[in-house]
Every structure is written in C-alpha cells, then in structure tokens.
Write a protein that binds this ligand. Structure first.
Ligand SMILES: *[C@@H]1O[C@H](CO)[C@@H](O)[C@H](O)[C@H]1NC(C)=O
Ligand SMILES: *[C@@H]1O[C@H](CO)[C@@H](O)[C@H](O)[C@H]1NC(C)=O
Ligand SMILES: *[C@@H]1O[C@H](CO)[C@@H](O)[C@H](O)[C@H]1NC(C)=O
Ligand SMILES: *[C@@H]1O[C@H](CO)[C@@H](O)[C@H](O)[C@H]1NC(C)=O
Ligand SMILES: *[C@@H]1O[C@H](CO)[C@@H](O)[C@H](O)[C@H]1NC(C)=O
Ligand SMILES: *[C@@H]1O[C@H](CO)[C@@H](O)[C@H](O)[C@H]1NC(C)=O
Length: 256
C-alpha cells in the first residue's frame, strides 16, 4: 500500500511541473495578438517562366511571353502590386490547333501582345473565387478600354468555363497558386472578340453607358478582399484550453 502510494507521488511531481509549464505556455498562446512568425527574409521573386517550364506542355506560351515581354511584365507587376495576378495558360496542343489553321500568323506584333495580355487578369483569383466573379472580367489587354476585350467566366460545380464570344474554353486544372499569382491550364487559346470576332457593321453603335456601368461594377466586385481567417488558430487555442482543463481535473482527482 505505502510503496504504491509513494510511487504515485514520484510520478505526480514531474507531472505537476509539466502542468505548470504548460499553463504558462497556454497563457502565452491565448494572448490577443502574439507576434506572427517573422518572415524568413524577402521571398525569391516569382518567375512565371520558371513556373510554366516546370509544368511542361506550355512551350508556345513561354515563347509568346518572351517575344512580347509579357512574362517580364508579369514578374515586375507581381513584385509591385498587392492585387496579384491570374494567368490562363493554353497548352501547346491548344496552340497547335490554331497554328495548323494559320489563325495566329496574320497578327501584327501589337495584336500578338494583345492576345497574350488577354490571358492575364490583373488580380489574384483563387478557385473558390470563380463563382463570385462579375462578368465581363477585366484583362490586361486593351489597357483601360477593356470593354473591347470581354472575358466571361461561368461555373457549375467544379467546372469553370471561359467564353470570349469567339471561343469557349474550360479550366483544366490549377497549375500554381501562392496567394499572389494563380496559373490555370486552359484547353483553348482565348481569342478576343476584337481580334477574331465578326467585324461589327460600322453603323451599329455600342450601348456605351450601360456597358460602362457594368464594367465598373465588375472591376469593383473583382477586388478580392484579403481578410485572413483565423478560426484555425482560435480552434487550436480552445482545444489547448480543453486539454488543460482535463489534465487539471485528472490530477486533482488523484492528488486529493
Ligand atoms: C526566370 O526563369 C527563366 C527560366 O528558368 C530564366 O531563364 C530567367 O532568367 C528567369 N528570370 C529571372 C528574372 O530570374
Ligand atoms: C521588387 O521590388 C523591390 C522594391 O519595390 C525592388 O527593390 C526589387 O528590385 C524588385 N525586384 C524585381 C525582381 O523586380
Ligand atoms: C461548360 O462547358 C461545357 C462544354 O465545354 C458544357 O458542357 C457545360 O455545360 C459548361 N458549363 C457551364 C457552367 O457553362
Ligand atoms: C459576358 O457577360 C456579360 C454580362 O453578363 C454579357 O452581357 C455578355 O453578353 C457576355 N458575353 C459573352 C460572350 O458571353
Ligand atoms: C459557347 O457556348 C455557348 C453557350 O454555352 C454557345 O451558345 C456558343 O455557341 C458556344 N460558342 C462556341 C464558339 O462554341
Ligand atoms: C473561416 O473559415 C471557416 C471554415 O473554413 C468558416 O466557417 C468561417 O465562416 C470563416 N470565417 C471568416 C470570418 O471568414
């Protein structure tokens, strides 16, 4: 009886010490705003070419990014902007389908530039944001007159479709996403209406005011809010508290 009891005390002493230690740890954790872990130096600048090389099957897009300097532009813009960027990357197969029909051969340098920029959105779009976007989307093409380069996105379930009015494409999968840059593989080259659409009759005036209002709203809605979600941290905290409560109850029962 007695040796058993002594043995128990031996065991309990370190446990009690551990408990004290843990309690101090929890108090530190539950403080309202503990300093976040310091960033480990400036991160290496994002390189869209490297990302596409790693994914393979994008050699044509890489070449176009290089010829038009849009690749460098994306890297620079990522470094200087808070909004991030999204790239829709057509595969080599998608380009070769167009090459054989000679569709891209007649483009001037500026038109090539517009075509490539049309695949770039000047904001980060996560997969979960696709259903919330307002059409038409603003692309990098056409500068401020993005009404000339409408790109619409529709979703149903996990399927994400893009339409330019000339082609319908599907997002095959996400190649890359780091919260600042998102790259999605698409099965078609996105041909903008203004370069490949039927030339509208000169007499038909576009309903400018309506389009303007819509475009403005689209741009506003397109702004991704960067609110962090700390429910994970809160959950961990309350779990720790629950654990400590259990331990205290356990020790109290045995010690008294
Ligand atoms: C980006 O990556 C490509 C290929 O890996 C490389 O040739 C190029 O120099 C890199 N650019 C920068 C700015 O590091
Ligand atoms: C990124 O931006 C910082 C400061 O804005 C600048 O010093 C740096 O040279 C830029 N890096 C690249 C690769 O553009
Ligand atoms: C997406 O496109 C596919 C055909 O490519 C079609 O079957 C599907 O209904 C489209 N979904 C949406 C949401 O537009
Ligand atoms: C894109 O969406 C806008 C707004 O819903 C619509 O007016 C326009 O017709 C759509 N364009 C295409 C090509 O689907
Ligand atoms: C794109 O899809 C829409 C509706 O889903 C359809 O009306 C249109 O004909 C399609 N366009 C092409 C070029 O396939
Ligand atoms: C945080 O994420 C959880 C689960 O993902 C969700 O239930 C909750 O509404 C989110 N809270 C905020 C403030 O976004």
């Amino acid at each position: 009886m007695t040796p058993h009891f002594l043995y128990f005390h031996f065991l309990m002493l370190p446990l009690l010490l551990l408990l004290l230690l843990c309690t101090t740890v929890t108090t530190t954790v539950s403080q309202p705003s503990p300093a976040p872990a310091p960033a480990p130096g400036p991160p290496a600048p994002t390189n869209i070419t490297k990302i596409l090389e790693k994914a393979s099957q994008f050699t044509t897009l890489i070449r176009l990014f290089s010829i038009t300097k849009v690749g460098d532009q994306i890297n620079t813009q990522l470094n200087n902007s808070e909004d991030g960027m999204t790239v829709f990357a057509p595969t080599d197969n998608a380009f070769s389908a167009l090459m054989s029909s000679g569709t891209l051969n007649s483009l001037s340098d500026q038109q090539k530039d517009e075509l490539v920029q049309f695949h770039v959105i000047p904001s980060f779009i996560s997969t979960s944001q696709f259903p919330t976007l307002s059409n038409p989307l603003r692309t990098q093409a056409g500068d401020s007159t993005f009404y000339n380069f409408p790109l619409n996105i529709t979703t149903s379930g996990n399927q994400v479709n893009l339409t330019t009015g000339v082609v319908n494409a599907t997002v095959a999968n996400a190649i890359y996403s780091d919260g600042s840059l998102a790259v999605y593989q698409v099965d078609k080259v996105l041909l903008p209406m203004s370069l490949f659409g039927p030339h509208p009759p000169a007499a038909a005036p576009a309903p400018e005011p309506v389009k303007k209002a819509k475009g403005k709203r689209a741009a506003d809605d397109g702004e991704a809010d960067g609110t962090g979600n700390s429910s994970g941290a809160v959950g961990l905290r309350s779990e720790l508290h629950g654990l400590m409560g259990g331990l205290i109850a356990f020790i109290a029962v045995y010690y008294l």
